[in-house]
Ligand binder design. Structure first.
Ligand code: PLP
Length: 454
């Protein structure tokens, strides 16, 4: 029999709990703060936005949380996702490294995002909520939430960053196919959006602005709640199904990772794959190096400051201690829309400060070169975001060719790029540019983050 290319799990082998890394950390992460009092934010501060079950998951120190049966029933539409061994990529690189990738592009939205959209819709529906609002950049999160809302009979209203709304009509149509209402952001629908459009009718929008609009609408109506697709603890926890499955699949492959690589926007796919492995590392059962890869144009971990800042541009969310470029920093329009967020998940920021992970930043043209090489060897066109992880993976595998090291590399292929072909088109016609690190804009934005006494 020829060498296996994929490792699958049966329905019986699927994980039935989410994993909470907070339970195993040597120090708890710093709490979110109320922006007015600067006191730790309590459940009531989040209650206008989220149902209590999710707020409790946000602050729990339990190691495992049961996945409800209704959520597992939806997960089973596409989970478990396959773990692939990238044998053709390895051969093309001439590397002794063994490369594995966990592929989340088989989901209804084509990315890892439904792993949290489905439980978020479930808990909101169970709490009697009628409608969820949210933001989306490239459209992956909006698509995932639109799908999840359909599964549980909720309405869904999405603010999509204007630049993407204009450039990516197919993502918008996909959200509409799943029943969502979609607005370009900034929009005329909210007070904040109207104020921005009055100042600049051509405002291209940003994730932070779209969050402010979705939050504004949810905060005004008790039947409407808000859903966030990354950054928060409960979102990262929902994504750990990726890593729990990958642990079982790596065991089937008979390999243990030496290096785990994922791309980071807000950090959820990276956390989803790596946190269960970090648990194993903290327990002394394996010792992988874990690396986050971010865009050079929006490098919150490698170039941001670790400070309390707002999660949105208008400055309405609780303050979170995180690596940030400043809440009103608007990154250059790189094609990996999902990685254009000014901050990093507070939990990942804390794990980085504890020295449990490392980080690097890569330019987008290098990432697309890696994406094309991956497509030509493995037969999957990756989304622009995970090409960052692939570029780092390929660089490592090439280094192994020099040293002869048989390193086992595991990476997160968190989505396919079949609705991102305009970006590939740009790359092929030679029109894709790299952006210098915007030192001046970041310095200006950092001068406006709130001053929180230590
Ligand atoms: C949203 C998204 C990202 C970025 O979000 P994370 O929370 O950092 O995972 C990365 N890749 C894809 C395919 C996405 O849809």
């Amino acid at each position: 029999m020829s060498a296996p290319l994929r490792y699958l799990l049966s329905d019986d082998e699927m994980p039935t709990t989410w994993y909470n890394l907070v339970a195993d950390l040597p120090e708890p992460p710093p709490p979110a703060l109320h922006p007015g009092t600067l006191e730790p934010a309590g459940p009531d501060d989040f209650a206008p936005l989220f149902p209590m079950e999710l707020i409790m998951q946000e602050v729990t120190t339990d190691r495992y949380v049961d996945i409800p049966g209704e959520v597992l029933d939806v997960y089973r539409l596409w989970r478990a996702t396959p773990l692939h061994r990238a044998r053709r990529l390895e051969a093309a690189l001439g590397t002794p490294a063994r490369i594995y990738y966990k592929y989340e592009g088989t989901s209804p939205a084509g990315s890892h995002k439904p792993n949290t959209a489905v439980p978020q819709a479930y808990y909101n529906a169970a709490a009697g909520v009628r409608k969820l609002t949210t933001e989306t950049g490239a459209g992956q999160w909006g698509t995932a939430l639109a799908f999840a809302c359909q599964m549980f009979g909720l309405e869904c209203e999405v603010w999509q960053v204007r630049a993407s709304y204009d450039q990516k009509p197919y993502r918008r149509a996909m959200m509409q196919a799943f029943g969502a209402t979609v607005h370009p952001s900034p929009s005329e629908v909210t007070e904040y959006g109207r104020s921005l459009l009055a100042a600049d009718p051509d405002n291209p929008g940003s994730l932070g602005i779209a969050i402010s609009e979705a939050v504004e609408v949810a905060a005004q109506d008790p039947e409407i709640r808000y859903a966030l697709g990354s950054v928060l603890n409960h979102v990262l926890m929902h994504q750990t199904v990726i890593g729990e499955e990958a642990l079982l699949q790596m065991a089937k492959a008979g390999d243990t990772p030496d290096l785990i690589i994922g791309c980071t926007g807000g950090g959820s796919n990276f956390a989803g794959l790596s946190f269960p492995f970090i648990r194993e590392k903290l327990a002394g059962r394996m010792s992988p190096v874990v690396r986050a890869v971010e865009p050079a144009a929006c490098p919150s971990l490698t170039r941001g400051v670790y400070a309390y800042d707002f999660g949105d541009t208008a400055g309405t969310t609780p303050l979170m201690k995180m690596h940030t470029l400043g809440h009103d920093f608007i990154p250059d329009p790189i094609h990996a829309g999902g990685l254009r967020y000014h901050g990093m998940s507070p939990l990942i920021s804390h794990v980085y400060e504890l020295g449990l992970i490392e980080a690097e930043a890569i330019n987008q043209t290098d990432c697309f070169a890696a994406g094309v090489q991956f497509a030509r060897t493995e037969g999957i066109v990756p989304a622009p975001e995970p090409t960052h992880a692939l570029a780092a993976t390929i660089a490592e595998a090439l280094a192994c060719r020099e040293t002869g090291e048989e390193k086992v590399i595991l990476t997160a292929l968190c989505g396919h790029g079949m609705l991102d072909m305009a970006a590939y088109d740009r790359y092929f016609e030679g029109g894709m540019v790299d952006y210098e690190y915007p030192a001046e804009q970041v310095a200006a934005a950092l001068s406006r983050i709130p001053q929180v006494p230590a």
